[in-house]
Write a protein that binds this ligand. Structure first.
Ligand code: GLV
Length: 315
């Protein structure tokens, strides 16, 4: 009997080719499903290929477990949208897509670092709004990357890809993780990383431990004129504290690709000066997104065939 796989997001057909080749019945989500629709759909299927906006919480998983749901393959490296502990209790496998989005996401982090330090948004706005009246010796001055210090919060694959890019810009790169990386540039104390860095780039998953990790107190530790960039998850940085630090001029600039409560972006952030805002496009290239989708589908197939997935999440 063919197995039923719910693919929640719309995507080019070749991206879910592994499911077709395996002969599975594919149920395509019509646009993004809301929570109730997911609960309903989960009852009827054997697997879900999800995206990071799908709330795969206990209710969805329990509904699936009453039927025959065996695996959720999330097309994302982050999996804070999935209750992985409940999935494990119910014997439902969860997989993600690490490794294939490092370069694309690191590019966006580097782009934000450059946009912040060289005031790209303010400069473009000046030009488009007619405020630019000509070249000026002291107009729109930013800060140099060369010789400045980048502090990476987290030191996984994406952070290391950012480090490689920052080395090319002659930055000094430090990093902080909970466990000693054994690599040069390791800083055991996050507070010290904040104090030492001109630019902070966030690369940790959102967990109860990292929620609000970059808070008002830590932002105050940075040098005046510092820059904060977040391409990980919105909740890791306290958005109000960040807005406050930009409003008071303690921070020169910040760049965000991720937000608390996406796609809603807090009105205060929209009104904050010197803040570069992107709509969660870290991995958004054709090549990267197709690799992510294929990886998730391949792992779903593996689990449905009773094999071990390549990228299992352990609760
Ligand atoms: C993107 O945010 C991802 O987690 O893959």
């Amino acid at each position: 009997m063919p197995l039923k796989v719910l693919v929640t997001a719309q995507m080019p057909e070749q991206w879910f080719d592994p499911l077709k080749r395996a002969g599975h019945d594919i149920v395509l989500g019509k646009g993004l499903l809301d929570h109730d629709e997911l609960v309903e759909a989960a009852r009827e299927i054997d697997a879900i290929v999800s995206v990071l906006t799908d709330p795969i919480d206990a209710a969805v998983l329990e509904s699936g477990a009453r039927g025959s749901l065996r695996v959720v393959g999330n097309i994302a490296v982050g999996y804070d949208n999935i209750d992985v502990r409940r999935a494990a209790e119910l014997g439902i496998s969860v997989c993600n897509t690490p490794g294939v989005l490092d370069a694309a996401t690191a590019d966006v982090a580097m782009f934000l670092i450059l946009a912040c330090t060289r005031r790209a948004s303010a400069a473009e706005y000046a030009l488009r709004s007619g405020a630019w009246t000509g070249w000026g010796l002291t107009n729109l001055l930013g800060s140099d990357l060369e010789g400045s210090t980048l502090g990476l919060v987290g030191y996984g694959r994406i952070a290391r890809a950012v480090e490689r890019r920052a080395n090319g810009f002659s930055m000094r790169v430090l990093h902080h993780t909970r466990h000693d990386s054994g690599q040069s540039g390791y800083v055991a104390d996050l507070d010290e990383l904040m104090t030492e860095s001109d630019v902070i780039s966030v690369h940790v998953p959102l967990t109860p431990e990292t929620l609000g990790m970059i808070d008002a107190r830590r932002l105050r530790l940075m040098r005046r004129g510092g820059v904060v960039v977040n391409t990980a998850r919105g909740g890791v940085v306290d958005e109000d504290a960040l807005a406050g630090a930009l409003e008071s001029g303690e921070l020169a600039s910040a760049g965000l690709d991720v937000y608390v409560g996406e796609p809603h972006v807090a009105a205060r952030l929209l009104a904050t000066p010197n803040l570069v805002l992107l709509p969660h496009i870290g991995s958004a290239t054709w090549g990267t997104r197709s690799k992510m989708a294929l990886l998730a589908c391949e792992d779903v197939c593996r689990v449905l065939e009773g094999r071990t997935p390549k990228n299992p999440i352990h609760a």
